[in-house]
Design a protein around this ligand. Structure first.
Ligand code: ADP
Ligand code: MG
Length: 240
């Protein structure tokens, strides 16, 4: 169980980018976070994970964030990893080991085996020794997902992982996320394609600065909530 309580954040001290968002995710699940551009989806994740100044709290199984930080993996919207940086695919994945290692501790053979397993899970084994600059957007996203696998996190936050990637990469990632859910993990995904909501998600956070609705997709993915979230101009879901 993960509980978000009154998560708020402001960038300028005046306008709230995210205002008092609270909800509880009880079971291992894949949770979509949707809302229009600028709704505060990325800010909500960063605020909840205390990566930016914010108020409110997150608890997992009644433990405060500080106590379960190592159980969290996060792939930000635009990865901070510089594409031109000379680093190989397997080195990027191995970075996921560091939360569980002491600084400058050497990676052991068993841990390289974990890296290889993660690369296999995202079908990137053949690319292990490539430079990341040689990858397509979809391949790079798969490598970032592999990095979260070696972290063995229980809570995974992905900010627009499918934006601009190929259909094959998206299918590989979705299949893997379903396996992770079966293994007891909870995955939060910021997403913008309304056409895939019922296919991909168990629960939905509908956000526009404030929480508009939270619940099972069956309960909250309604035309009325879509209009409240996106405004009147949205093409309702039947048309997408
Ligand atoms: P979303 O991810 O839903 O598109 P964001 O969380 O990126 O929305 O942005 C929410 C609001 O906060 C927007 O009005 C955006 O312009 C503003 N914002 C986002 N990042 C910053 C920042 N680094 N500095 C100032 N304002 C920001
Ligand atoms: Mg965003």
């Amino acid at each position: 169980m993960i509980t978000f309580s009154s998560i708020s954040a402001t960038y300028d001290g005046i306008h709230q980018a995210v205002e008092s968002v609270s909800f509880v995710t009880e079971k291992p699940s894949i949770v979509g976070i949707i809302g229009p551009n600028g709704a505060g989806k990325s800010t909500f994740i960063k605020a909840a994970l205390q990566l930016i100044p914010s108020t409110g709290s997150v608890t997992a199984d009644d433990q405060p964030l500080a106590a379960f930080q190592r159980r969290i993996a996060y792939v930000e919207q635009k990865s901070a990893i510089d594409y031109t940086f000379p680093i190989t695919v397997k080195e990027v994945v191995s970075l996921g080991l560091y939360p569980n290692m002491r600084l400058l501790q050497r990676i052991r053979p068993t841990q390289w085996a974990q890296v290889n397993t993660a690369l296999a899970a995202v079908e990137m084994t053949d690319f292990a020794d490539r430079q990341i600059g040689e990858l397509s957007g979809g391949q790079f996203q798969r490598v970032l997902i592999a990095r979260t696998l070696v972290q063995e996190a229980d809570f995974i936050f992905l900010d627009e992982p499918f934006a601009g990637i190929d259909a094959a990469s998206e299918a590989i990632i979705v299949a893997l996320l379903r396996q992770l859910r079966e293994a007891g993990k909870t995955i939060f995904i910021v997403h913008h394609d309304l056409g895939k909501i019922t296919e991909y998600f168990d629960a939905l956070v509908m956000l526009n600065q404030r929480l508009i609705a939270y619940g099972s997709v069956a309960d909250v993915f309604t035309d009325a909530n879509l209009t409240r979230t996106f405004g009147d101009t949205i093409i309702v879901k039947g048309g997408m």
